[in-house]
Design a binder for this molecule. Structure first.
Ligand SMILES: Nc1ncnc2c1ncn2[C@@H]1O[C@H](COP(=O)(O)OP(=O)(O)O)[C@@H](O)[C@H]1O
Ligand SMILES: O=C(CO)[C@@H](O)[C@H](O)COP(=O)(O)O
Length: 490
């Protein structure tokens, strides 16, 4: 039986899965870590620590196994910079970092001066290019040492194979990519005073990158001869692992961040910037995405405040006892700031009374998170994009309360793919396609479809209550956005 390994460098943990060609799970491992926040708005992680966690999880694979193919995926947007010897010059600046508002403005201005057309990839704080520009200005000695930059999962592939490269689903979301060129925007980089040679070549997710280096296989014999593909962003691989490879199915992922997305075989761009466009891992396909910087990370923060011993299951139980609308407590969950919101946006808890309990905070946060995604879904509808099914994924699927809130607020049946860790599984399956273990993506979609089950259905009474509560949420949100924007609603 063939064996496929998927590795996902998440924001809260590294997830490793080993499956066979029947999608049976042979081994899985999750190793958790935190995010370093040395200053308010900073978010960093150590790439070497990611790699150590990967090695630790590889050690657990039974030594009698032989892995045939490997796919790697991970958190998007972040900056990993290495020197000539391939050593990270500092910690990675990851997607949830907020320090680069000035650099984003400078890049936007440069794009205008260059007359770059609309087919320029997404740009926001936390993305690789503004972080690199920040480094150039604020840590010039380190900047001088940079030989290459890459995305988080690319660093792990580099450790395994010695090959420095990236692929389109991650490259497109760095702020340095042009959809029109399907490549780095070299004229932008030059104008910003950044040498384009720092940027690695871009391949397709499904292409063979190479094989594990000998010094790696001498420690991990199970990897000997395994074909390693370029892999893809966590977003695109979650879609593959949920069989979302054609229009009509909405994926809602609640990991540390959260996203709703639809996949199309054409490039769609929202001129108002409420939706973001990413390349899919499947060549020629694009994902049209409503992204939030605030997903499970907010629940994790609440759990940390509640104390070390509190579990997510306990948080869920407390939220389950609270009525829809959280008795007038409105939680704007923008603790991390927010994409498409004013620069100074922060989290808000509005409407507090002595009647409110811990459970109200938790349910309020869950409702706020899903209201934000519903706003993005309304943008899909406004521009005429429809869907008939919602598949949800990420750590948030472990919460029955969150699943029911999605059904009631999205007004749709909610489905979950029963394979564990769909991002890592998606990467493993793509590697299986490259290795010809599966004849096509259509075959893996068929296998996955058998594992997709309905987990929540909307309730008519709850829909009505949420419609009212959502209206109130938007009014309160507009008020605070206008305040964060110095009186100007953005
Ligand atoms: N048992 C659980 N119940 C509810 N939510 C959970 C549970 N376990 C994890 N989560 C949520 O899942 C999030 C992590 O999801 P995951 O998809 O692993 O994200 P990432 O890839 O960003 O590390 C956590 O921040 C937490 O909010
Ligand atoms: O910012 C985005 C997508 O635009 C996030 O998807 C990151 O890629 C992190 O993903 P998670 O670790 O939260 O799943």
């Amino acid at each position: 039986m063939k064996k496929l390994l998927g590795i996902d460098i998440g924001t809260s943990s590294v997830k490793t899965v080993l499956i066979n060609e029947h999608l049976e799970l042979l081994y899985d491992q999750k190793i958790e870590y935190g995010v370093e926040m040395p200053e308010l708005g900073f978010a960093e992680q150590d790439p070497i620590h990611w790699w150590e966690c990967v090695c630790q999880s590889l050690k657990g694979i039974p030594t009698t196994y032989k892995v045939n193919a490997i796919g790697i995926t991970g958190q998007m947007h972040g900056l990993v910079a290495v020197d000539r010897l391939g050593r990270p010059i500092r910690r990675a600046i990851i997607w949830s970092d907020r320090r680069t508002a000035k650099e984003v403005k400078e890049i936007q201005q440069t794009l205008q001066e260059l007359n770059c057309n609309d087919e320029y990839g997404p740009l926001d704080v936390g993305m690789l290019l503004p972080s690199l520009l920040w480094l150039k200005k604020n840590e010039p000695q380190l900047f001088q040492q940079i030989h290459k930059v890459m995305l988080p999962k690319d660093f792990i592939r580099y450790q395994l194979t010695g090959i420095i490269a990236t692929e389109h689903s991650d490259a497109c979301a760095t702020g340095a990519y042009s959809f029109a060129l399907a490549n780095w925007n070299e004229s932008l980089l030059k104008k910003l005073g950044i040498n384009p040679a720092l940027f690695p070549p871009i391949y397709h997710s499904l292409e063979l990158a190479g094989y594990a280096r000998q010094d790696i296989t001498s420690s991990f014999h199970v990897l000997d001869g395994a074909r390693i593909i370029y892999g893809g962003s966590d977003h695109s691989m979650q879609l593959v692992g949920n069989s979302v490879t054609s229009p009509g199915t909405l994926n809602c992922n609640i990991g540390s961040g959260s996203q709703v997305s639809l996949s199309y075989d054409m490039l769609l761009l929202d001129p108002l910037g409420r939706l973001t466009t990413f390349c899919h891992a499947i060549p020629g396909m694009y994902n049209f995405v409503g992204t939030s910087l605030n997903g499970g990370i907010v629940l994790q923060w609440i759990r940390n405040l509640a104390g070390d011993k509190v579990t997510f299951e306990e948080l869920d139980q407390l939220a389950a006892d609270i009525p829809i609308g959280s008795d007038g407590l409105t939680f704007l969950p923008y603790i991390n700031g927010e994409r498409g919101a004013p620069d100074k946006t922060k989290g808000v808890v509005h409407g507090l009374t002595f009647h409110h309990t811990k459970g109200h905070f938790i349910r309020g946060a869950m409702e706020g998170m899903i209201y934000f995604l519903r706003e993005r879904i309304e943008v899909f509808k406004e521009i005429g994009l429809s869907f008939h099914k919602v598949i949800t994924s990420g750590g948030g699927t472990k919460s029955p309360v969150l699943l029911q809130i999605q059904a009631d607020i999205f007004q749709a049946d909610i489905y979950v793919c029963e394979v564990k860790e769909q991002g890592a599984v998606g990467a493993a399956l793509m590697a299986g396609v490259e290795a010809k273990i599966f004849p096509s993506l259509a075959v893996i979609n068929k296998l996955l479809e058998e594992k997709i089950v309905r987990v929540a259905q909307p309730n008519n009474l709850s829909i009505e209550k949420y419609n009212e509560s959502f209206k109130e949420f938007k009014t309160i949100q507009n008020y605070y956005f206008s305040t964060f924007n110095g009186g100007d609603v953005k």
